[in-house]
Write a protein that binds this ligand. Structure first.
Ligand SMILES: [Zn+2]
Length: 82
C-alpha cells in the first residue's frame, strides 16, 4: 500500500490535506518573501508548505497519484503533464 504521508520539506504531510501543487516557481516580488523560486504545496486551513526543487514537487505529485490509484509510486524521475 502506498503511504498516506508525503515528506515535504521536513514534514510528513497527510496527502488528503493537500489541495494543490504549484506548477511554476513562486514569484510575488515582495522583498520580505522567503519563498521566491519555491514551489507551493497548498494545504487546507490556509496553510502552505514549500519545496525548493521541481524534483521535490514531482515527488509530492507522484505520492498523491500513488495514494489515489493504490499503486506504489514509481521512481522519482519527473512528472509528465501529458
Ligand atoms: Zn512571495
Amino acid at each position: 500500500m502506498p503511504s498516506i504521508f508525503c515528506l515535504v520539506d521536513d514534514k510528513h504531510i497527510p496527502l488528503y490535506r493537500i489541495l494543490w501543487v504549484s506548477q511554476v516557481p513562486h514569484f510575488c516580488g515582495h522583498e520580505d518573501c522567503d519563498h521566491e523560486g519555491d514551489y507551493e504545496v497548498r494545504l487546507e486551513m490556509d496553510e502552505s508548505v514549500w519545496v525548493n526543487s521541481q524534483q521535490e514537487r514531482d515527488h509530492v505529485l507522484r505520492s498523491m497519484e500513488a495514494w489515489q490509484t493504490g499503486q506504489e509510486p514509481g521512481p522519482d524521475e519527473g512528472y509528465s503533464d501529458s
